[in-house]
Design a protein around this ligand. Structure first.
Ligand code: SF4
Length: 255
């Protein structure tokens, strides 16, 4: 991806202006699955989940891959100071891509065969009920205390905490699905879990981590995830939180 087609005075929110432009172009008409955001969810606690959603790294698009690789090299000293021993190649091709072509499951505006590399981390020995189909690995940017190194870099530079964080990561557990004709913004449930492949012994991803599961004592998804919806709204030029509230109010009136 190149920035050649972007207006010079464009305000950007993240380190990924091309990705923001694709979001504006395609999510401005994207479908918002209102009902899915009425599901109860709760925030995870890093001290108990140990960043298990980062066990496989994260899929990224070409622009994100290039920026992260460059930042890893330019900011090597900063990452070292956090205790991260980054490999030379922090972005790799997904070796499971043939079985799980990510663009069929998640929107290609954010994902491709590229992903962040992983390191060994024996999460199953520290997380209760760690799913058996999750590997004992973690993204190379995951710190020992389960914070994200790219988020810490953003904060250290005085930027928005999600400036360098891949879209797929700060949106999680919100999914942007490919949809039938246009992308769909959804909070996955067990019925809409995109990564359910029992034939491969793979039992799901979004709904297998604590923050992606139903929580009796949690909050409605659109309230709990209002920061994520607000940031996406600012990038896309819609107001997803308001759209959900309006739809709920309208359906209550017509009942
Ligand atoms: S980039 Fe950060 S949030 Fe995303 S998988 Fe890696 S450590 Fe986790």
């Amino acid at each position: 991806m190149s920035n050649a087609n972007l207006p010079e005075n464009l305000t950007t929110f993240t380190a990924y202006p091309q990705t923001e432009q694709v979001c504006r172009d395609e999510l401005s008409q994207g479908t918002l699955d209102i009902d899915s955001f009425k599901q109860n969810r709760q925030r995870c606690s890093l001290s108990s989940c140990h960043g298990m959603c980062c066990h496989h790294g994260t899929h990224v698009n070409q622009e994100t891959a290039e920026v992260i690789q460059r930042v890893a090299e330019e900011e090597a000293e900063f990452f070292k100071s956090l205790g991260l021993d980054l490999p030379k190649e922090v972005i790799i091709d997904d070796e499971d891509y043939e079985d799980f072509p990510v663009e069929k499951l998640e929107w290609k505006g954010l994902c491709s065969i590229k992903k962040t590399a992983v390191k060994e981390k024996h999460i199953s020995s520290i997380v209760n009920d760690y799913p058996r189909h999750f590997k004992n690995t973690s993204c190379v940017f995951l710190l020992d205390d389960s914070r994200c190194g790219l988020q810490e870099l953003s904060k250290a530079k005085g930027l928005h905490p999600w400036h360098y964080k891949p879209f797929t990561c700060w949106l999680f557990p919100i999914l942007i699905a490919p949809g039938q004709n246009q992308p769909e913004i959804v909070l996955p449930s067990p019925e809409t879990e995109p990564w359910y492949f029992p034939e491969y012994g793979y039992d799901g991803f979004f709904t297998k981590v604590p923050c992606g599961q139903y929580s009796e004592c949690g909050q409605l998804g659109y309230i709990l995830l209002q920061e994520e919806l607000k940031f996406l709204s600012e990038i896309v030029g819609r107001n997803f939180g308001q759209e959900i509230q309006d739809a709920i109010a309208n359906s209550a009136e017509s009942d």
